[in-house]
Design a protein around this ligand. Structure first.
Ligand SMILES: C[S@@+](CC[C@H](N)C(=O)[O-])C[C@H]1O[C@@H](n2cnc3c(N)ncnc32)[C@H](O)[C@@H]1O
Ligand code: SF4
Length: 450
């Protein structure tokens, strides 16, 4: 029997993270706003409402490792953009375009991501929610990604008032040596203080983002970071593998390659720290995500209700996801659409009352059935055996032999060990990947599976 390091070496490959299927590089068309609006109107269910994703693409300081879509503004410029109101005006104009088409449009839930949503001044967030959430049903709990360094009590007051109960904090690593190398100084005490304010205000679900593979990291330092995280016991932990793509993200050139952990160390950081989460009561729900069993996602996982979308794992299901802001992605059951990424072009479009959707994908019957299969793999670790090709059967038989899956007459089941290889199983069923492998030889647009 191979040990875990040998298995990772054997199955290491590049594959999408399947926050959408097909993955964005395989989307097939330019999209017109008329077609898109017609599809949203068709799919919208007024009894449920729509889920909204709002992208705020600004930050106050550059983290050298950052792979997100964002723009860094400092000093007077930051102050002006965070308080002057033009960005919230643009988001609301975009919302109005949708409302003109669907008069009874109302949010079921909203998620704010970025960049850093708390870059915006509290009264600007208040203004956004007052319009966006005016007719929202009272039941959903909204969520936000925050940078603890730029989140004030006033921000929390606004979030609490408007029904935000889920919060995700960028932590990355508490080791000061690592923090210096990534240009992100953020003390444990700062996070501890913010967290106690967040808990006092009744947030039911707190997530910490951590990254392994950052410059200067070693096993001892990472264990200490995780010990500190465990003291604070967030309901969820995202433990991301650092995606180092300096050819795409210029800012990552500020990281010295010689400071990055060697592949063997990165692997140890993945496996040993995973063991630490598991031995401290967290469960592994899938790609990079560890949760307490009684947390919102822990319950969804145990009840087979976990879902995966552009924001990662979720328990929310509505037929319509509308993305507002530059680079945001929207989705219905059969269509994906992505907004213009360039901030100025985005602003010009919405300010002239045009919907900023550009790139998209219309799903055909085969996409819809493959998507359903990949959701089952990524979210439940269980999928039906029925229509496997001979080559898929052979690969799965090898994986079963290595202890990564088991099966009965009807289904495959991922074992505990196999949870590390979800992307491998999913990519076996992905015809786009197969085609691009033949064309590209090396799938450099995707990160490694482990
Ligand atoms: C939008 S940020 C979170 C909110 C806020 N901007 C912050 O950093 O605190 C999303 C998360 O993506 C992760 N991330 C960013 N760049 C990454 C990279 N190159 N590789 C892996 N994870 C990355 C970080 O963990 C970060 O917390
Ligand atoms: S990691 Fe977060 S705070 Fe840092 S630059 Fe990226 S989006 Fe901004």
């Amino acid at each position: 029997m191979k040990n875990i390091y040998q298995l990772i070496e054997k199955y290491q490959t590049q594959a999408p993270r399947y926050t959408s299927y097909p993955a964005v590089p395989f989307w097939n068309q330019k999209i017109t706003s008329d077609k898109w609006l017609a599809d949203v109107s068709r799919s919208y269910n007024p009894d449920i409402g729509a889920d909204f994703y709002v992208h705020v693409p600004y930050c106050r300081q550059l983290c050298y490792y950052c792979g997100c879509h964002r723009s860094i503004l400092k000093g007077e410029k930051a102050k002006a953009v965070s308080t002057s109101g033009f960005f919230v005006d643009a988001l609301l104009s975009e919302f109005e375009i949708y409302k003109n088409q669907i008069p009874n449009l109302r949010p079921h839930s909203i998620h704010l991501g970025g960049g850093t949503p708390t870059f915006l001044a509290p009264n600007e967030l208040e203004r956004l929610f007052r319009s966006l959430l005016k007719n929202a049903g009272g039941l959903a709990s909204h969520s936000i990604e925050v940078d603890p360094r730029t989140t004030s009590i006033e921000h929390l007051e606004v979030l609490e008032k408007w029904g935000f109960r889920r919060i995700s904090m960028g932590i990355q690593d508490f080791d000061e040596n690592v923090q210096k190398k990534i240009n992100r100084i953020q003390s444990f005490e700062l996070v501890e203080k913010l967290l106690s304010e967040v808990r006092r205000r009744g947030f039911e679900s707190i997530n910490f983002d951590l990254i392994y593979g950052l410059p200067g990291q070693n096993l001892e330092g990472m264990k200490q970071t995780v010990e500190q995280v465990l003291k604070l016991r967030p309901e969820m932990i995202a433990y991301y593998s650092y995606a180092h793509v300096p050819w795409k993200m210029q800012n990552q050139k500020l990281i010295k390659e010689s400071d990055l952990p060697k592949p063997e160390l990165k692997l140890e950081l993945s496996i040993k720290i995973r063991e630490l989460f598991l031995s401290n009561g967290y469960i592994d729900i899938g790609l990079d995500h560890f949760v307490l069993p009684d947390s919102v996602l822990g319950k969804a996982y145990r009840n087979g209700k976990l879902l995966r979308n552009f924001m990662g794992y979720t328990d929310k299901r509505s037929s319509t996801l509308i993305g507002l802001g530059p680079s945001s992605i929207s989705a219905t059951a059969s269509y994906f659409a992505q907004n213009e990424k360039d901030i100025q072009k985005y602003l010009d479009l919405v300010n002239s009352c045009q919907l900023p959707v550009l790139n998209g994908h219309k799903m055909d019957e085969r996409d819809i059935s493959t998507n359903s299969l990949i959701q089952q793999i990524m979210c439940h670790g269980k999928w039906p055996k029925n229509s496997d090709s001979i080559s898929v059967k052979e690969e799965l038989a090898a994986m079963a032999n290595d202890g990564l899956i088991q099966s009965d007459d009807s289904f495959y089941f991922v074992t505990d060990l196999g949870k590390l290889f979800l992307r491998n199983f999913a990519s076996l069923y992905d015809p786009y990947l197969e085609k691009s492998r033949k064309q590209l030889k090396d799938n450099a647009q995707f990160s490694k599976t482990i």
